[in-house]
Design a protein around this ligand. Structure first.
Ligand code: CUA
Length: 368
């Protein structure tokens, strides 16, 4: 009776927990829904997942059903003080439950292994080559093809958002980029394992210091596909997000042409003042250009996010895509206190004055 009372008391709690868990699925957009594949790689993976899943459901029902049936059928009864018949060994049963799982696994193995080989094939000719760099805690993207070099002879580089053309294979080289931050030996700690994951476009791939992993993906439709670091990589692992923006051909070409141009030099006096602070240092002595690059200026460090086209409409989000780029208040707060806004962030707090923050924000928003 006592245990029944406990159960009666705990089921509302179980309901609340179940409702909370289900509420995670309530967003109608589900930007990271791996069951809504939007490209051939993710689709092949989903097409393999479902048959394997249903086979697993069948095995689960047979095994768990058998356990429950036996637990009820052979349970202890108060009025029965003898043991049921004790059986030792049944060759036919044992051979059966050895062969049957082996057959099930052999059947599942055929499409699994062939898909592993299929996905391991390098992208065909005509693929767009991009190196994705995992930093603590944001992603950088370097476009390594010859025809993706800028007018100032650097590769196109973006941060937080990978822009791709629709319907074309993108061959990603995945690197952990902590080593890019020069300096003391403690910097080597920044090179940690990440995992690159855009659920609607392709499965996860680890990003390991000192080696290059590869992943091919493709988007069938224009749109924004959300990504997420899928390997615990430190304090802000959960805030190491990114987006893939897939553009139709004409928009893609416009985007590439704009990316090849150096950053605009602002004419607005406030933004101009921000540029001076950015390039020459702020009142507290901090140097933005110690870590950031702005194409066409002397700012060229690859350690932090490249800001050349910070305000381009495709650059939807910043600082690991925690905030929308259009969110001016968030951008101000980020500059005001980066280590608090994103706990453990490598962006130092330069004790900027409100006046300096206004000027720097104006400069960043001028970088279209
Ligand atoms: Cu990078 Cu988790």
């Amino acid at each position: 009776m006592k245990s029944k009372a406990r159960w009666t008391r705990s089921w509302p709690l179980a309901l609340v927990l179940a409702a909370l868990a289900l509420s995670a699925c309530s967003d109608p957009n589900l930007p990271q829904n791996t069951f809504a594949p939007a490209g051939p790689v993710a689709r092949k993976q989903a097409d393999l997942f479902w048959p394997v899943f249903w086979v697993a459901v069948g095995v689960f029902l047979v095994v768990e059903g058998g356990i429950v049936w036996m637990a009820i059928r052979f349970r202890h009864r108060r009025d029965r003080d003898r043991f049921p018949a004790q059986i030792h060994g049944n060759s036919r049963l044992e051979v059966g439950w050895t062969i049957l799982p082996a057959v099930v696994i052999a059947v599942i193995m055929v499409p699994t292994v062939s898909l592993i080989w299929d996905l391991a094939r390098p992208a065909g000719a005509g693929a767009l080559n991009v190196t994705a760099e995992g930093h603590q805690w944001w992603w950088g993207f370097r476009y390594t093809d010859e025809d993706m070099r800028t007018s100032y002879d650097q590769p196109i580089v973006t941060a937080d958002v990978l822009v791709i053309p629709v319907g074309r294979d993108v061959s990603l080289s995945l690197e952990s980029a902590g080593g890019l931050i020069g300096g003391g030996p403690e910097q080597a700690d920044y090179a940690v394992i990440h995992s690159f994951w855009v659920p609607r476009l392709a499965g996860k791939q680890d990003v390991v210091p000192g080696r290059t992993n590869r992943l091919v993906l493709r988007a069938d439709e224009p749109g924004t596909y959300w990504g997420q670091c899928a390997e615990f990589c430190g304090l802000q692992h959960a805030q190491m997000r990114f987006r893939v923006v897939a553009l139709p051909q004409a928009e893609w070409e416009r985007w590439v042409a704009n990316q090849k141009r150096p950053a605009v030099t602002p004419t607005d006096p406030e933004a101009r003042r921000g540029m001076d602070l950015f390039l020459n240092g702020v009142s507290g002595g901090g140097q933005c250009i110690a870590c950031h690059a702005v194409g066409g200026t002397e700012a060229a460090s690859p350690a932090g996010p490249n800001l050349t086209h910070f305000a381009d409409p495709t650059h939807e989000c910043f600082a690991g895509c925690i905030w929308e780029t259009s969110d001016r208040a968030a951008l101000e707060e980020w500059l005001r206190n980066p280590t608090q806004a994103k706990l453990g962030s490598k962006m130092p707090d330069y004790n900027l004055t409100e006046d300096e923050i206004d000027a720097l924000v104006a400069y960043l928003y001028s970088l279209t």
